[in-house]
Design a protein around this ligand. Structure first.
Ligand code: ATP
Length: 318
């Protein structure tokens, strides 16, 4: 659906995007992450035809972004970080204008405007001038114009910016729905958003692609959390299990203790979990919780930014 190869962009002598390569299939929701100034907006602008690359290539649904910008724009929806909205226009006029830009005509135009008005909950503001809209409603209008015409590729820069919690949930389920038939690239600094929506993340660091990975793989760790009545004085039985490397106490409450059990590379986490459960039951102790410990996304991405994550990064030797 989207293929990006060696995409590069300079501003004067400054290299903002440096030979970035990735591809994204239909139905994927990919988080485009990175610190301020990492190059995310520059990539999004190039993909949406607002900015030409200095070198490299990208195709959207088979259309080249430089040679066929009109074809690309027909299949693309883009919500930029700051969308230029015309304050004197009403919501309806703006959506008609956006539908015209997408090349929609007659009945299709009307039905698309109705569809996006409903799906972004803009009905009650349909005839209001944009100047009178709150920030959240302006954001909804931005999303509405981006999804007009059912784009095959939807690029969203901070889509829930300014939305209240209810609208944030609504927007997330709308994005999930859209992704059933389209590819979504989502740029955000909100880790809960990445967690809630994305299956994969691309992380930029100083213009380079520093990480391209599935979220599940990134979050997996080699440790387990165990809450049990087992006392610290009786940990030896667990320490001797195959695959257990270290056990540390992380919390104690009345009647239970929580431990972090790290495992070595030879042991499957599933097997170690089963052995721990069996051993605790053999000791006639209660087991309240036994689960893999997930890596915290915030910490993980900070580490990638510092090039110290231990996760395999793009360009690392296999
Ligand atoms: P943020 O999270 O802050 O939006 P970003 O990852 O989107 O950041 P970009 O806006 O793509 O980053 O900017 C990448 C780099 O290019 C930054 O160092 C920025 O200062 C620089 N830059 C962006 N636009 C221009 C421009 N028009 N002229 C000169 N430098 C620019």
């Amino acid at each position: 659906m989207l293929k990006v190869e060696d995409l590069t962009r300079r501003y004067g002598g400054f290299l903002a995007v440096d030979r970035v390569t990735f591809s994204v299939g239909k139905g994927e929701i990919v988080g485009l992450l990175g610190h301020n100034g990492a190059g995310k907006t520059t990539i999004m602008k190039m993909l949406s035809g607002y900015l030409e690359p200095n070198s490299g290539d990208a195709t959207v649904d088979g259309h080249n972004i430089v040679d066929e910008p009109k074809e690309v724009q027909k299949v693309l929806g883009y919500l930029p970080e700051t969308l230029p909205l015309y304050p004197e226009m009403t919501v309806a006029q703006y959506l008609y204008f956006s539908a015209d830009l997408k090349g929609l005509k007659d009945r299709e135009k009307v039905s698309e405007i109705l569809r996006v008005t409903n799906s972004t909950d803009l009905r009650e503001k349909f005839l209001s001038p944009i100047a009178n809209l709150s920030r959240g409603y302006k954001q909804r209008l931005g999303v509405a114009q981006a999804i007009i015409g059912n784009p095959r590729l939807l690029i969203l820069d901070e889509p829930t910016n300014g939305l209240d919690p209810e609208q944030t949930q609504h927007m997330r389920s709308l994005i999930r729905d859209i992704a059933k038939n389209a590819t979504v690239i989502l740029s955000t600094h909100i880790m809960q958003e990445v967690d809630a929506l994305c299956s994969r993340v691309l992380m930029l660091h100083s213009g380079k692609l520093a990480l391209d990975a599935q979220l599940d793989e990134l979050r997996a760790s080699n440790s387990l959390l165990v809450e049990s009545t087992l006392a610290t004085t009786k940990l030896e039985s667990l320490e001797n299990l195959f695959g257990v490397e270290t056990i540390s106490l992380i919390a104690t409450t009345e009647g239970s203790s929580t431990y972090r059990v790290t495992t070595n590379a030879d042991a499957a986490l599933k097997n170690v979990s089963a052995d721990i459960a069996r051993e605790i039951s053999k000791q006639k102790e209660s087991l309240f919780m036994l689960k893999p410990e997930l890596r915290d996304l915030e910490t993980l991405f900070r580490e990638v930014g510092n090039k110290d994550s231990g996760v395999k990064e793009v360009g690392d030797a296999a």
